[in-house]
Design a protein around this ligand. Structure first.
Ligand code: FAD
Ligand code: NAI
Length: 328
């Protein structure tokens, strides 16, 4: 009997690998500690509609990824976002238009991973704590003491610190993953009953606690009842304020937003804060994938390539390609 392949993580990397393996005729079983798919590409449902708290948009510079994005567009789960872009530098807010094509999931970012997951078998709310080897197979242990398996191979598609904790069976891979540091990002969403008096829809920010802000409702297909904004703090600011309460973070970033607009800002009718502990790799890596093909263990994720959506998808493809190649 052919055993299924276990994939830990239903972010874009894990689902990219899962799709490629399924297309090649393999059976996969996915696991995620969260209640749904998407990881850092997920969207939060809220009273102000769905909000993209993690990835804001993505670019497609690699030919293979660009082809995949076209497929998603034909399926109706992505569209181009053409924001009125600004930049904030040395206290000055100025328009900063460019020619870059930027994509978003529609009607929310999580639509992409939802479509990729489709009918693949998955167990949500299942935090894997151990990946261990039987005689000719793998088993997984979860945080509730449950045991899963047997599996022929395991693909770990989580941020590097979470991957290294699962790699006891492959100490060399574990030490490479442990060497990859990832920085946090505080994200805050604000919704206003009356639209803010600015044409801005996206802004790259410097010299501020903020790194980026976006008018969520300017993205295609979004709920437009309220004027919704998503603010991201810089890695340095997020690190320095890691354990502050959500209320205090919201107040700080709301204040930084007001400073940027040089206006007294109304109180939001709704706010939400989210801390991404492992938001982005601290430095660039070009692993593509970490693999011990003889053991049957593969590790992929954005941190193995560009730290962006595109890199995560490509890393998942690479994990699947290497696994399939080893079986031939
Ligand atoms: P993830 O999306 O992190 O997926 C990993 C999954 O593994 C998660 O679902 C998690 O729940 C699960 N998991 C972890 N540990 C376990 C375990 N032990 N057991 C079971 N499941 C587990 N990229 C861009 O290209 N453009 C942007 O504008 C952009 N903005 C961003 C803004 C923010 C605030 C953040 C946080 C990220 C942003 N990114 C952006 C980066 C982009 O979101 C990531 O590169 C990409 O989504 C990573 O995908 P992934 O599959 O590698 O990892
Ligand atoms: P991109 O090409 O739009 O942006 C790359 C970078 O170029 C921007 O961060 C910005 O500094 C600069 N830039 C681009 N267009 C600009 C303009 N019109 N005016 C001024 N500056 C401009 O997108 P790419 O390369 O796909 O990068 C993805 C984005 O995701 C980046 O902005 C990156 O910072 C962000 N990201 C955020 C993470 C987080 O945790 N907050 C994690 C990973 C990515």
């Amino acid at each position: 009997m052919t055993l299924p392949i276990a994939i830990i993580g239903t972010g874009i990397a894990g689902l990219s690998a899962a799709r490629a393996l399924k297309e090649a005729g393999h059976v996969v079983q996915l696991f995620d500690k969260s209640r749904g798919s998407g990881g850092r590409m997920s969207s939060k449902r809220s009273d102000a509609g769905a909000l993209d708290m993690g990835a804001q948009y993505f670019t497609a510079r690699d030919r293979r990824f660009a082809t995949e994005v076209q497929r998603w567009q034909a399926q109706g789960v992505v569209d181009q976002w053409l924001p009125k872009l600004y930049q904030f530098k040395s206290g000055q807010l100025t328009p900063s238009p460019d020619e870059q094509v930027r994509w978003v999931g529609t009607p929310r970012m999580s639509a992409i991973t939802r479509a990729l997951l489709d009918d693949l078998p998955v167990q949500f709310g299942c935090r894997i704590t151990e990946v261990f080897q039987g005689k000719h197979h793998w088993n997984l242990q979860d945080a509730d003491g449950g045991n899963h398996g047997p599996f022929s191979h395991v693909i770990i598609a989580t941020p590097a610190p979470q991957a290294s904790a699962l790699l006891a069976a492959a100490p060399k891979l574990a030490s490479v993953a442990a060497g990859v540091k990832m920085d946090p990002t505080w994200a805050v969403a604000l919704a206003f009953d009356t639209p803010l008096d600015t044409p801005m829809q996206g802004c790259f920010v410097q010299d501020s606690p903020l790194d980026w802000l976006a008018r969520n409702r300017s993205k295609p297909g979004r709920d437009t009842r309220l004027d919704t904004w998503v603010l991201h703090a810089t890695s340095a600011w997020s690190k320095a304020h890691l354990d502050l309460s959500k209320e205090a973070i919201t107040e700080y970033l709301h204040g930084a937003f007001a400073e940027l607009l040089h206006s007294t800002m109304p109180e939001p009718s709704f706010s939400l804060a989210h801390r991404w502990l492992y938001a982005r790799p601290s430095s660039a890596h070009e692993f593509g994938v970490l693999a011990d093909a003889d053991l049957g263990l593969y590790v992929c994720g954005d941190w193995c390539l560009s730290g962006r959506v595109e890199g995560a998808w490509l890393s998942g493809q690479e994990a699947a390609r290497r696994l399939i190649e080893h079986l031939q």
